[in-house]
Design a protein around this ligand. Sequence first.
Ligand code: OFO
Length: 168
Amino acid sequence: MLTKNIEKALNEQIKLEHESSQIYLSMASWAEERGFEGVASFMYAHSDEEREHMLKLFKFVNERGGHAVVSALTAPPVSFGSLKKMFKTLFDHEVMISKKINDLVDITLQEKDYATHNFLQWYVSEQIEEESLARNILDKINLIGDDKGGLYLFDNDVKMLTVNPPVN
Ligand code: OFO
């Protein structure tokens, strides 16, 4: 059984994962409109993965006797400036999400909820992967700068990247 405090914190994380999905969907749209098909398909896939992250938490809350809530979401930005700025936004977003996961893990320890603590370890590992992938992409794009040919190759490369293994 979840304590009210943990149920509330998990529902906040559900909202954040849902918002992550929306942010990446908006990035997909921005990239697709500019002809960056590889980046767009990476963002579409990433958006789906974030929805999976949200659902995994959602089902856990209900399984543990809580009530998973579908909340209103904050709309993501519509425009991202440049590919470089967009991937910096993505990286910063994932760093923020890692911090939220860590805070959540902290609450489970305070409340001695070891089942939720154990469940959250998947997210802890996931965030290591997400941050490292975002950092690698940022490094690449920083090397390329504004070179058009480089950006074309970069777009192709990004298409080959996957964020994570399947959730289950
Ligand atoms: Fe759900 O990991 Fe990214 O945000």
